[in-house]
Write a protein that binds this ligand. Structure first.
Ligand SMILES: C[S@@+](CC[C@H](N)C(=O)[O-])C[C@H]1O[C@@H](n2cnc3c(N)ncnc32)[C@H](O)[C@@H]1O
Length: 393
C-alpha cells in the first residue's frame, strides 16, 4: 500500500472506531481485525503501519472526533511526512482544504477531564493515561523463579517481586515459558494491587469478580498452592476461560462458581462470614487502562459511570458478607476516579461501623482516601485504586 493509502485506511478505521465507541459497539482491535479480514492485499507491514496511525489518532483526540479525517489531520499537524500523504492520490485522502477543522486535542473528553481533576489527577498523569503501555508478565512462583528465567530482553519490573517487563511487541503466546505456565501476562500495577489482600498459604479465599482469573492465579501463587480459592463471576464466557489457565499454571486450589446477578448472596450461602479474605476486583470504567484501550474514553458517559458506582457498591456489600470476623477484604478498581475508588470505600466504611481500612505498603502508588492509587506517570503502571479493609471481630 502507498503511504497515502495507509493514511486513508487509518481514517476509515478511526471513523468506524469513534462511531462504535459512542454506540457501545466493538473495541478498536476488533474493528481493525475485521477491516483487514476483508482486505487481503494489505501485508503485515501495512497492517502494522495502519494500526499505528489509528492509535496515534485515537490517543491525540480527547473528544470523540467529528471524523477520522479530522483526527488524522490533528496528528499530521505534528508530522510533516503524514501531512504529505493528504495529496489527493488515487487511494489516498483528498488534499487538505484551507482552515479545515482538526479534532480537539486532549487526554479525555472535557467532562471526564473535569472529573479526573476533581479526583486530584495531575496533568502529567492524565497525559500518561493515554501513553503507550508496557508489556509486563508475572512469573508464576508455583512453577518458576524470576531470577532463573532467561527471556530475551526481559527486565525485572521495579516494584512487583514477580514482574518482568518484556520488549514491546514480544509475542508472549509463542514463548515456551508462557505455554508451560511459567509466566502470565499481567501489568505490574495489577500485580501490585493484587497482592494487597496478602493472602497466605492454607487460607480460604474468594475472588468475587474473577473474570478470566488474572488475579486468581496470582492469589494461588501467593498461597503456594495450599488452601482454597473460590473464583466467581457473573460472566460465563470470562469465567469459563479460567480452568484451562489454572491448569496451565498448576493452580490446583481454584474452583469456579458462576453467579446470577442479584442472587450472589444466595448462591454463596455456604461461604457466608467464613472466608479469610475476599478480593473484589470490581467492574469499573477502566480509566486506568486507557493506555491499552484509548477509545474507551469516547465510550464512557455520566450514566455509565453512575451505573458502575452502583455495581461497585453492590459487590462490596456481597463481598463483605462473605468475610469471617477479623478477615480481610481488598477492593480494587482500574480507575483513577474517586467516585469509583476512594468515595466507594468512604461510603462503605460510613455504612458499616466496625470495619477498618488498613495501611498498605505496596512499594508504589500514593495514598488516596482510605487506600492507595497507582498512576501511569508516577508508577509506570496502569492506573488503579486499592484499599484493604478489616472486618470487625
Ligand atoms: C475488572 S473485571 C475482573 C478482572 C479479573 N479479576 C482479572 O484480574 O483479570 C470485573 C469483573 O467483575 C464481574 N462482575 C460484575 N458484576 C459482578 C457481580 N455482581 N458479581 C460478580 N462478578 C461481577 C465482571 O463480569 C468482570 O468480569
Amino acid at each position: 500500500m502507498t503511504p497515502a493509502a495507509l493514511t486513508q485506511a487509518a481514517i476509515e478505521l478511526v471513523d468506524a472506531i469513534a462511531a462504535a465507541a459512542q454506540a457501545g459497539g466493538a473495541a478498536a482491535d476488533t474493528l481493525i481485525a475485521r477491516y483487514f479480514a476483508t482486505r487481503r492485499y494489505a501485508g503485515s507491514k501495512d497492517r502494522r503501519a495502519v494500526r499505528d496511525l489509528v492509535y496515534r489518532a485515537i490517543r491525540a483526540a480527547g473528544e470523540p472526533p467529528a471524523s477520522g479525517r479530522a483526527a488524522m489531520l490533528l496528528v499530521a499537524d505534528g508530522d510533516p511526512a503524514l501531512a504529505e500523504t493528504f495529496n489527493g492520490s488515487v487511494h489516498g485522502p483528498a488534499r487538505t482544504a484551507p482552515d479545515e477543522p482538526r479534532a480537539a486535542p486532549g487526554a479525555a473528553p472535557a467532562w471526564l477531564v473535569e472529573r479526573l481533576e476533581d479526583s486530584g489527577v495531575s496533568d502529567d498523569a492524565m497525559a500518561a493515561l493515554v501513553g503507550r503501555a508496557t508489556l509486563d508478565v508475572r512469573v508464576n512462583s508455583l512453577k518458576a523463579r524470576r531470577a532463573t528465567l532467561t527471556i530475551p530482553g526481559a527486565e525485572p519490573t521495579p516494584h512487583a517481586p514477580a514482574g518482568l517487563r518484556l520488549p514491546s511487541g514480544t509475542n508472549v503466546e509463542t514463548l515456551s515459558e508462557y505455554r508451560d505456565g511459567l509466566i502470565e501476562v499481567q501489568d505490574e500495577g495489577s500485580q501490585i494491587v493484587g497482592a494487597a489482600l496478602a493472602a497466605a498459604p492454607g487460607q480460604r479465599i474468594i475472588d468475587l469478580c474473577a473474570g478470566a482469573g488474572g488475579k486468581t492465579l496470582q492469589l494461588a501463587a501467593e498461597m503456594a498452592g495450599a488452601g482454597e480459592i473460590l473464583a466467581c463471576d457473573i460472566d460465563r464466557a470470562r469465567l469459563s476461560r479460567l480452568p484451562a489457565r489454572a491448569e496451565r499454571a498448576g493452580a490446583t486450589i481454584v474452583e469456579t462458581r458462576l453467579l446470577n446477578p442479584g442472587r450472589e448472596a444466595e448462591m454463596l450461602a455456604d461461604w457466608q462470614a467464613s472466608a479469610d479474605g475476599v478480593l473484589i476486583d470490581a467492574p469499573c470504567s477502566g480509566t486506568g487502562t486507557w493506555r491499552r484501550n484509548p477509545e474507551a474514553r469516547w465510550r464512557l458517559n455520566a450514566d455509565r459511570l453512575a451505573r458502575y458506582a452502583a455495581a461497585q457498591q453492590h459487590v462490596l456489600k456481597v463481598g463483605a458478607a462473605l468475610v469471617k470476623p477479623g478477615g480481610a477484604l481488598a477492593y480494587i478498581v482500574c480507575s483513577l476516579l474517586d467516585e469509583e475508588g476512594a468515595d466507594r470505600i468512604a461510603a462503605f466504611l460510613a455504612a458499616n461501623p466496625g470495619w477498618q481500612a488498613e495501611a498498605l505498603s505496596l512499594g508504589a502508588g500514593a495514598p488516596r482516601g482510605a487506600g492507595v492509587r497507582l498512576d501511569p506517570a508516577s508508577d509506570r503502571t496502569d492506573g488503579f485504586f486499592v484499599a484493604r479493609l478489616r472486618a470487625p471481630c
